[in-house]
Ligand binder design. Structure first.
Ligand SMILES: Nc1nc2c(ncn2[C@@H]2O[C@H](COP(=O)(O)OP(=O)(O)O)[C@@H](O)[C@H]2O)c(=O)[nH]1
Ligand SMILES: [Mg+2]
Ligand SMILES: [Zn+2]
Length: 302
């Protein structure tokens, strides 16, 4: 063992039990020491964003020996095991729900699901709507009004025309953000614009690779020019709201709180109940309808 040196680095790519660790701007393929791999809890597994110590043998192969204490962890449910969680990224502090104006179509309900998972993971949420060069539907103003009312920043951008990219760069640089959004919304294109010279391939549909039971999701970290990074995981579709209880959903809709105390029934779920003050607020335009609809749909689905 005397001829093995130990180095420190950050995990920038994870695919199953294969990792890339960046050390002094060099990317080193690493496996993990068995004792780390076989610890049974998800917390023990190595993830993108981890600061690690690794050994390098004379042949240049790396083995991750230990993980530095984490500031945060972000999970998703492990495939086929409802109660097991899998760590996707460590040490991140923000979640960006990324959607596009069209191609694929804008689905506010999906954005709200991502925002709930940000809440659960204690991450600062933001919303990015890409492809504004294609269309400017009226719903955009409603989204802006709705999210700003609950102090969530929304960015309208186009990776193609460049609209909004300066403000987005400012919002992300220096932070550790995970991108959550359907395939095709332009996550890779945006990362290319944020990091000049990166030139990732756009329009790759990586989702089929994630269909089968035995395949694993690739998670990658892209360092930003002024510090911080963006984490992208092409196969990631639905994030950790799997153990949410029906009655917890409303806790993620802060704009309902002020009205909820005026509902006729104390346990009002703001569904079919009579004299519901939340529904009245939706009807009078005080609560955006898209938020109310996503609330009902998410409550129904959990
Ligand atoms: N019109 C337009 N197309 C875009 C924009 N951003 C990305 N695209 C295209 O949308 C497709 C999917 O983009 P990609 O970045 O791979 O999406 P991802 O799956 O979220 O990473 C590609 O063909 C891109 O060229 C944009 O702002 N405007
Ligand atoms: Mg992509
Ligand atoms: Zn109610």
């Amino acid at each position: 063992m005397s001829d093995t040196a130990i180095f420190e680095g950050i995990v920038v790519r994870a695919h199953g039990n294969s990792f890339i660790v960046r050390h002094n701007n060099q990317d080193i393929p690493c496996k993990i020491r068995g004792r780390l791999r076989f610890k049974s809890d998800a917390v023990a597994a190595v993830a993108v964003g981890d600061d690690v110590a690794f050994a390098l043998d004379k042949g240049g192969a790396g083995v991750i020996e230990s993980i530095k204490p984490r500031r945060s962890m972000f999970f998703r449910p492990a495939k086929g095991k409802i109660s097991k969680k899998q760590i996707i990224a460590a040490n991140i502090d923000r979640l960006a729900a990324v959607a596009s104006v069209k191609n694929p179509p804008l689905k506010p309900g999906l954005i709200d699901r991502f925002l709930i998972s940000a809440d659960i993971g204690n991450l600062t949420p933001l919303v990015i709507i890409n492809k504004t060069d294609l269309d400017r539907p009226e719903i955009l103003q409603e989204l802006k009004r709705g999210y700003e009312a609950i102090k969530i920043t929304i960015h309208f951008v186009s990776a193609k025309s460049g609209e909004g990219l300066e403000a987005l760069t400012e919002a992300l640089d220096g932070h550790r953000t995970i991108f959550a959004g359907h395939s095709g919304v332009g996550k890779t294109a945006l990362i290319n614009r944020l990091i000049p010279g990166l030139n990732l391939k756009e329009g790759e549909v990586s989702e089929h690779t994630d269909r089968g039971i035995h395949t694993t999701t690739v998670v990658e970290l892209f360092e930003l020019p002024f510090g911080g990074f963006v984490v992208d995981s092409p196969g990631l579709k639905v994030l950790g709201i799997w153990d949410l209880e029906k009655d917890d959903v409303v806790n993620h809709y802060p704009e309902f709180f002020d009205y909820a105390c005026d509902c006729r029934f104390p346990g009002c779920a703001h569904g079919p109940e009579p004299d519901c003050a939340v529904k009245a607020a939706v009807e009078s335009g005080k609560i955006p309808e898209y938020r109310y609809r996503s609330y009902l749909a998410i409550r129904e689905s959990v």
